[in-house]
Design a protein around this ligand. Structure first.
Ligand SMILES: Nc1ncnc2c1ncn2[C@@H]1O[C@H](COP(=O)(O)OP(=O)(O)OP(=O)(O)O)[C@@H](O)[C@H]1O
Ligand SMILES: [Mg+2]
Length: 223
């Protein structure tokens, strides 16, 4: 599913070269739920951007569902993102003027899914996250946890091969965080592949497999 081999990523800042990822190798199988945990500046977002095909590595190889991502152009990367990856972010990234159901519908419009099918899939995705009754609400009319559930429904609705979440509980209180993590566990039990990035140990340990990142290097943690 995800096969990273010897991935390196550098950032040039003036005369300094920051090594953000240092020979990262990682194999994630279909239907796994993996958390990646590390402190600020350890390379989590850099790794997420590469796994999510938002950025490419400077060295190493990346196979996603067998596709050689490291050789892809911008356009090809955008296509892979649209077709294969559902993103969930710390700040929810919902469109303020659109209702919950319209936010969830948006990726299906981009994919040119016909209206009838869009409506059915939006309904099913909102039901899956327990928000059927809030379909007409705007993001400002929802709690933080509900907004994140809309974002999860939006990630799910395209039936992606991978759900990629970067600090999805970062803006939520501890009770709501637990609810959102319960949601991810449920999605995992339904057969979704999930990679979740966090700096919070309590969040990380709710995934069956946890990987540490420090100074751009990975170590597997036995839980
Ligand atoms: N665009 C950039 N230009 C230069 N250096 C960068 C850039 N992005 C990240 N870095 C550096 O690369 C390293 C890894 O950064 P990254 O954003 O991946 O960390 P992170 O683990 O996501 O941290 P946080 O938990 O604070 O979000 C850091 O040392 C950071 O300063
Ligand atoms: Mg980050």
């Amino acid at each position: 599913m995800i096969q990273l081999k010897d991935i390196c990523k550098f950032y040039q800042v003036g005369d300094d070269r920051v090594k953000a990822l240092d020979h990262v190798s990682l194999h994630i199988r279909p239907k796994e739920f993996v958390s990646i945990i590390g402190p600020s500046g350890s390379g989590k977002s850099t790794l997420m951007n590469i796994i999510g095909c938002l950025d490419v590595a400077d060295a190493g190889s990346y196979l996603l569902d067998g596709l050689p991502i490291e050789a892809y152009t911008e356009n090809q990367l955008a296509k892979v993102r649209n077709e294969k990856i559902g993103f969930v972010f710390q700040s929810f990234n919902l469109i303020a003027k659109l209702s919950a159901e319209e936010n969830v519908e948006l990726p299906l419009i981009y994919q040119k899914v016909p209206r009838q099918e869009r409506q059915e899939r939006v309904k099913a995705a909102l039901e899956q996250v327990g928000l059927t009754k809030r379909a007409k609400h705007l993001p400002t009319e929802l709690s933080g946890g509900q907004q994140q559930r809309v974002a999860i429904a939006r990630a799910l609705v395209t039936k992606p091969s991978l759900i990629l979440a970067d600090e999805p509980t970062g803006n939520l209180d501890s009770k709501t965080s637990r609810e959102i993590m319960e949601m991810f566990r449920q999605l995992h039990s339904q057969g979704n592949t999930i990679v979740l990035i966090t700096h919070d140990n309590d969040v990380a340990k709710q995934a069956p497999r946890s990987i540490h990142i420090l100074d751009g290097q990975l170590t597997e943690v036995a839980l």
